[in-house]
Design a protein around this ligand. Structure first.
Ligand SMILES: Nc1ncnc2c1ncn2[C@@H]1O[C@H](COP(=O)(O)OP(=O)(O)OP(=O)(O)O)[C@@H](O)[C@H]1O
Length: 988
């Protein structure tokens, strides 16, 4: 013990107020501000394992948060210790830490919830805390708060449960103590007192002056009032609600100053010296007469008859106090309900439907419950509070001391049993059904007739006369404890934290907690709807039979049992708070006080178990499952098992921690935290590579999926396109099935079919031509082909398509008598030429006016054979003029786009042959097609169709204009510079 205390002392002097016993944190109240809660401290503990950094409350909060985040295990932090040891401060520090390390993405909604979570403390402290002789800001209620987290592990809400508000303080305080802070805060705000009819100083209000310490230097009520108003606004209370809250506080102050006067020993009336009643009526929004009669009489229903009975003065004061306590209690409950509604997960979910779908409940609970209390005068409330501490100690023993040692035994670990005091026997003494103190109390309350606190004491004396942890004057009259005190009403319980003498005075009343129905009905019918909503049970009619309400002891016992079930369903973390002195002074380390607390909190046993025991135990399955991810192990262990002792031992071997490990029947035990860190560190490293592998898998899976979708889309598109094309072709087929498609409009195609459609059109045209050609007599087929060929070159010459195409093409026109009257001379000349030049046949012949190199006109017969072109003089027996022109020398033709019969044959020599055919019909197309056919093998042959033809005459370039004029015959006229005009008789 000494060594432990010396250690605590040394640390305390060096401002190290936190110390670990295993995972249990011991916190010594420094009673001064220490610079260990700032932002840099938060960051240094964030994400760290518990033993990585010096002992700190942040490390416990982080551990509770990490276990939730990493293993999805709900956790709870149980803070216990004497009154004033720093429990409430600890719970606030934990909350601040969790708010600081979460909401990294700075979401407004999470920020709002976090703000509310912090502000609720201010409201609860105002209405639930008061100054006691042990603590200036003592919580007079037990608080358990669940913090809810979303799937990202950000706080999204919470729920507060409260336990046994010490409402007797509303009407009675011991010397040196105050009522709840709320009363003094309201009275500190001079500006608004008028509104509530509060004209006096705090010392003048009976309900708050009994401790004779309304003003305390360390408490600034005015500043606290401003803070609580701000907190109300942040949490979302309306102005009307805030005003109602203060009205109720003011009503209680007024009620305390109401006095009664005795009339005849059985009746009493209200002393009307001040205007309290008027103000109570105004503030409660109830009729004054109703309030007055509720305070001085009772309405009773018996055998369907309703009648009023007057109260004597004692009953009237009892009723007044009961009303005040109930008003305060209901207000407190309403505040907690209101805060819970604001923090409720459902509310959050309604606003965030996204989270509704993927939300799962992650919780960290924080329990800050009143510490063990030993006062000069201990009553029913202290019994409940100390019973609650017994229950928590029992849970601590179960989870930390008993379970651990039992486990070593069952796992066959060599273990020297460490003795500890198991307080189950004390818990049973208080709570056991039928025979426990609370059951005895309930029974006494149910007995009809006059039963007093003393009778109740007699009954428990009888029940527990041989109990080791119970005593009273009647059972041990010689004991020095009973010296100089009213022994008739006292009994003693030897709690785990010390012996406490209780006075049974008022036990029955406090347990029954009777509040006359008249008050309930009165307040239910208030015109203030907020107030009325706090009293739903006032709705019942007088004559309706109501079940006897549960007693305070039963309610409290039930809530303690459910609290202990709730805590044992979560992974607990313990903070054991120690109060270093009773002077509330920094730097005083009162060894005796501390020794007392250490021994009663079972900390020494805790140290012994820890020292001899192990810091971590885990089943082989879980161990292998968790650490098989470690890099060096991964390749060796099969991913699906076996998850047994051998695999676990293999992992420990690989990490060289085998010396620090003990193997049990089903579990592995690790002695030092350092080995656990090593495992965790390696696991985190391994996780990173696993994450990369997972990411790769997910990425490739996503790519594969996209690729598949694309392929599928392309397939579908192809099918659809094919379907469209097929439908289109079917349509064409139907359209062109029976005839050659003359006069049929080509159907419009989809844009995707444009290319194919153009091809189809070409195919169709070729097919159509073929069909038309097949219908022609064989004789006309070659002419038809020639016409097609001409059509290809003469697209720009519409007159070809108008007429020429329909004419019969005869080629050698000069053998026709109607064309040539000097037929014999012509044939004779041709025969000579054939003999001389050896050509096969004459393909085309015509009379023409030729333009010579001097830009003069000559009348000639132009003859096209399969080898040469000849220019024959018409006038001189078709005598050949100059030499023939070989077809090989021809590079192209130029013709006009009009109906003129001008032909320009371009030659290699750049001295073109220019002639105008003397014919009534258009024979340009016929000439062009013969030439094209003859030159079809030549790659450089071209046909130009232009309005004004360009030509070379003895290597000079000329442009031939067409002029239609009143002339009799065709003329070529040389114009200025390079112009030649072809003047034609205007007979159009
Ligand atoms: N970590 C701390 N740092 C500085 N002062 C502290 C710390 N913890 C507690 N105190 C001081 O001790 C006082 C009492 O602490 P607190 O109210 O938390 O005790 P408690 O155990 O909750 O008491 P009760 O059971 O009566 O509610 C605080 O008002 C504060 O002045």
């Amino acid at each position: 013990m000494d060594a432990f205390i010396q250690n605590l002392k040394l640390r305390f002097e060096k401002e190290r107020i936190y110390t670990y016993i295993g995972e249990v944190l011991v916190s010594v109240n420094p009673y001064r501000e220490l610079p260990i809660y700032g932002h840099n401290y938060i960051t240094s503990y964030k994400g760290c394992e518990m033993f990585e950094r010096p002992a700190h409350i942040f490390a416990v909060a982080e551990a509770a948060y990490r276990i939730l985040k990493q293993r999805l295990i709900n956790s709870c932090i149980v803070i216990s210790g004497e009154s004033g040891s720093g429990k409430t401060e600890a719970s606030k520090i934990i909350l601040r830490y969790i708010v600081a390390v979460t909401n990294i993405s700075n979401q407004a909604e999470i920020q709002r919830i976090s703000n509310i979570l912090i502000q609720t403390n201010i409201i609860l402290e105002t209405f639930g805390n008061s100054r006691t002789n042990r603590n200036d800001n003592s919580s007079r209620f037990g608080k358990y708060m669940d913090l809810n987290f979303n799937y990202k592990f950000d706080p999204i809400g919470g729920k507060i449960q409260h336990y046994l508000l010490e409402k007797s303080r509303v009407v009675k305080q011991q010397l040196g103590e105050r009522n709840f802070h709320s009363f003094y805060q309201l009275l500190s705000n001079k500006n608004i007192l008028q509104e509530y009819g509060l004209h006096f100083k705090p010392e003048d209000y009976y309900y708050i002056n009994q401790g004779q310490c309304c003003k305390i230097d360390r408490i600034n009520d005015k500043k606290d009032y401003e803070q609580v108003i701000e907190a109300f606004n942040i949490v979302g209370f309306t102005q009307n609600e805030i005003s109602t809250i203060w009205k109720i506080i003011a009503v209680i102050l007024h009620l305390g100053n109401i006095t009664f006067t005795d009339i005849d020993g059985e009746h009493c009336s209200i002393v009307r010296s001040n205007d309290q009643l008027e103000w109570i009526s105004k503030l409660l929004e109830c009729e004054q007469s109703d309030i007055s009669s509720a305070l001085t009489s009772r309405v009773v229903a018996a055998r369907n008859e309703v009648f009023q009975t007057r109260q004597n003065i004692t009953r009237a004061y009892y009723g007044r106090d009961a009303l005040s306590k109930a008003l305060y209690e209901r207000l407190f409950e309403w505040l907690i309900k209101y805060i819970n509604k604001t923090l409720s997960r459902d509310d959050y979910e309604q606003r965030n439907s996204f989270h509704k779908r993927i939300y799962s409940s992650f919780v960290i609970g924080v329990l800050d419950i009143y510490g063990f209390e030993i006062f000069e005068n201990n009553s029913f409330e202290q019994l409940c509070i100390n019973y609650c501490n017994e229950k928590l100690q029992q849970l601590f023993i179960e989870l930390v001391l008993k379970q651990e040692q039992d486990e070593y035994e069952s796992e066959n670990i060599i273990w020297q049993h460490i003795d500890y005091f198991n307080n189950k026997i004390i818990c049973d003494l208080i709570e056991q059904p039928r025979i426990g103190i609370l059951a005895n109390l309930d029974e006494a309350c149910q007995i009809v007739g006059t039963i007093t606190d003393e009778i109740f004491l007699k009954s428990i004396n009888k029940t527990f006369k041989n109990h080791k942890y119970y005593s009273s004057w009647e059972l041990t009259p010689g004991d020095k404890i009973w010296k100089n005190i009213d022994t008739n009403k006292l009994f003693l319980i030897r709690h785990y934290a010390g012996d406490v003498v209780y006075s049974v005075d008022g036990f029955l009343d406090k347990n029954r907690d009777t509040l006359f129905d008249d008050f309930k009905r009165l307040l239910y019918h208030s015109k203030n709807l907020i107030l009325s909503s706090m009293w739903p049970d006032g709705e019942k009619s007088i004559t309706s039979i109501t079940r006897r309400p549960l007693t305070t002891a039963t309610k409290f016992r039930n809530s303690m049992i459910s609290l202990s079930n709730l805590l044992s369903s979560k992974q607990p973390f313990y903070i054991r708070c120690i109060k270093p002195n009773d002077e509330k002074a920094a730097n005083i380390f009162d060894q005796i006080r501390i020794e007392h607390q250490i021994s009663h909190l079972g900390l020494l046993e805790n140290v012994r178990v820890r020292r001899a025991g192990f810091c971590h135990r885990v089943s082989y399955g879980r161990f292998v499952q968790r650490y098989k991810i470690i890099d060096v192990v991964r390749s060796k262990l099969h991913p699906y098992g076996p998850f047994n002792k051998e695999s676990a031992s293999y992992i420990c071997n690989e990490l060289n921690i085998n010396n620090d490990v003990v193997y049990g029947n089903t579990k592995l035990f690790i002695k030092q935290p350092i080995s656990l860190f090593q495992l965790e560190k390696k696991r985190t490293e391994g996780l990173q590579s696993i994450v990369v592998i997972l990411q790769n898998h997910v990425r490739s899976w996503r790519q594969f999926r996209t690729f598949h979708r694309e392929i599928s889309a392309i397939k579908i598109q192809n099918f659809y396109r094919k379907y469209c094309a097929r439908s289109y072709i079917n349509l064409l087929n139907q359209l062109f099935n029976d005839h050659l498609g003359k006069n049929i409009i080509w159907p419009k195609s989809r844009p995707s079919l444009i290319t194919i459609n153009n091809r189809l059109k070409q195919m169709y045209q070729r097919w159509r031509i073929k069909k038309i050609e097949q219908r022609l007599p064989i004789k006309l087929r070659s002419e038809f082909e020639l016409k097609l060929l001409a059509g290809k070159y003469l697209q720009q010459r519409p007159s070809f398509f108008d007429k020429s195409i329909y004419q019969e093409w005869k080629g050698d026109y000069l053998v026709i008598l109607e064309e040539n009257s000097r037929l014999n001379e012509y044939q004779k000349s041709i025969n000579e030429l054939r003999t001389k030049d050896n050509f096969n046949k004459i393909i085309f012949s015509t009379f023409a006016i030729k333009l010579n190199s001097h830009i003069k006109m000559d009348e000639r017969a132009i003859i096209l054979t399969d080898k040469y072109i000849y220019k024959l003089d018409q006038k001189k027996n078709f005598h050949i003029k100059k030499s023939n022109i070989s077809l090989d020398d021809i590079t192209g033709l130029s013709v006009t786009s009009g109906k003129e019969q001008l032909i320009v044959i371009h030659l290699i020599s750049n001295s073109d042959l220019i002639f105008y055919m003397q014919t009534k019909n258009d024979r340009v197309g016929e000439f062009v097609s013969y030439m094209a056919k003859l030159k079809q093998k030549s790659s450089n042959f071209s046909v130009n169709v232009q309005r004004y033809v360009t030509t070379n005459i003895t290597k000079h370039k000329y442009v031939i204009n067409i002029i239609w004029d009143h002339v009799n015959k065709i003329e070529f006229r040389k114009g200025s510079s390079n112009n030649i005009s072809l003047v034609l008789p205007d007979g159009r």
